[in-house]
Design a protein around this ligand. Structure first.
Ligand SMILES: C=C(O[C@@H]1C=C(C(=O)O)C=C[C@H]1O)C(=O)O
Length: 419
């Protein structure tokens, strides 16, 4: 279902402001919106408009409604940077079959920071000039939540290893070359979860990642599905992972072995190819580096490739995210067969995990990450969350090692929820 654009146009006003305090500290209590890395990015709150989509058309219908809304918006923008003027934060289900669908939320208030420029955008959907707002920097004491319980989700570790073994068998039988299998873990907290606490812990612990919050999906992703800025397209592809040991010397040796590992290089190659092929029809030129670099995160290291291109066809960042999803980094190769295999052995609905999450502005510029290293708050219970992690499986994979890799990928969000 798509909600038609409001009869009255969106009215948005962006003004430059002086430093109001760290972006994440500005979020008031409640379901805030966030896209922040190293202190830069966007936060928003309030809901001027919500656009939803379902099934196969969850991207297309939402993207069309946004384009239409943006075209009719009345905008006074004194800053004129990507992310100024009206913006929408969004999050989309991994699978067309998921009831999670897709959502774009246009906040009533957005604060942005980039380089040395701060801005404030106020948005209304009733045709009236939005009311002025005063910003508050909420200085909050971060206390670690205690006694959070983690219990298996759809499959327990033994069952998940059996699913991985099954997938390896099906790869051997030639059904797919690579498939990404995920698992979920449920967290039960003692107190109600305040999303702002999770965001603050993730942003502090994982500064290389994009800390996001959209409609109850909260996490810190290292993977940029696509960024579009004034015609320049970038995508950071990650696939191939090794756990860190917390011993620098040992980690350097592991990084070198990751960069030589034929199993990880194969996994990575599939992911890069899927992104380059999906971008090609939208770009005049694309640049794909010959070999990956190793991205160091506090918990894991990944093989990483930055693919770039020059936009040819006027697609928006959201159109590009729809074209790129699902990349082989989160689904597999070939895509349709891998998606089918996931459905038959994973035993769960991924919801919006591993789907695109990010923002788009009225010009179509925006940033869409892959929703990884995240938790979904359940609607009914503010003390219950679903955490997710997945691993690329190829012929040379080992179920025990994949389970350990999934544990390492769960570490950031587990850590944000417990001592
Ligand atoms: C699926 C996840 O991560 C993806 C899978 C990776 C791998 O298999 O090596 C690495 C990065 C991500 O593209 C996850 O974190 O849940």
């Amino acid at each position: 279902m798509t909600i038609a654009p409001a009869l009255a146009p969106l009215v948005a006003r962006t003004v430059a402001i002086s430093d109001p305090g760290p972006l994440l500290s500005l979020l008031p209590p409640g379901p805030g919106l966030s896209w922040v890395r190293r202190g830069e990015g966007l936060v928003g709150w309030g809901e001027a408009m919500r656009i939803t989509g379902e099934g196969e058309t969850r991207f297309g219908s939402v993207a069309r409604t946004w384009a239409e809304t943006a075209r009719h918006a009345v905008v006074r923008d004194e800053v004129r940077l990507p992310g100024t003027g009206p913006v929408a934060f969004g999050s989309f289900a991994f699978s067309a079959g998921s009831p999670a669908g897709g959502v774009l939320i246009v906040p009533e208030v957005v604060v942005g920071f980039r380089g040395d420029t701060w801005w404030l955008t106020t948005i209304s959907a009733d045709g009236a000039l939005p009311a002025p707002v005063a910003l508050t920097s909420y200085e909050r004491e971060l206390t670690a939540p205690q006694d959070t319980q983690f219990v298996p989700g759809a499959l327990d570790p033994q069952e998940w290893k059996a699913a991985v073994a099954e997938a390896i068998g099906r790869i051997g039988a030639g059904e797919v070359e690579k498939v990404v299998l995920a698992r979920d873990v449920l967290a039960h907290t003692v107190d109600d979860v305040d999303p702002r606490d999770l965001l603050a812990r993730l942003a502090t612990g994982y500064p290389n990642c994009w800390t996001f919050s959209v409609d109850g999906l909260i996490g810190a992703t290292p993977e940029m599905l696509v960024k579009l800025e004034r015609g320049l397209v970038t995508s950071r592809v990650l696939a191939g992972t090794i756990r860190r040991t917390q011993n620098d010397e040992q980690d350097l040796a592991l990084a070198a072995s990751l960069a030589r590992s034929s199993k990880d290089l194969e996994e990575h190659e599939y992911a890069v190819r899927s992104v380059a092929e999906a971008l090609a029809p939208h770009c005049t030129t694309t640049n794909v580096p010959d070999s990956p670099f190793v991205l160091h995160l506090p918990n894991v290291m990944h093989l990483a490739t930055d693919v770039t291109g020059v936009l040819a066809d006027g697609a928006t960042s959201l159109d590009l995210a729809a074209a790129l999803h699902p990349s082989a980094a989160v689904c597999g190769t070939p895509t349709p067969a891998a998606a089918k295999l996931i459905e038959s052995v994973e035993g769960m609905d991924r919801g919006r995990y591993a789907g695109p999450v990010g923002w788009v502005d009225a010009a179509g510029d925006g940033e869409w990450g892959i929703a990884l290293r995240c938790a979904a708050l359940t609607d009914e219970n503010p003390r219950r969350l679903r955490l997710f992690a997945g691993c690329g499986i190829v012929a040379g994979s080992d179920p025990e090692a994949e389970l350990a890799e999934s544990e390492a990928k769960l570490l950031p969000i587990r850590g944000a929820l417990s001592r």
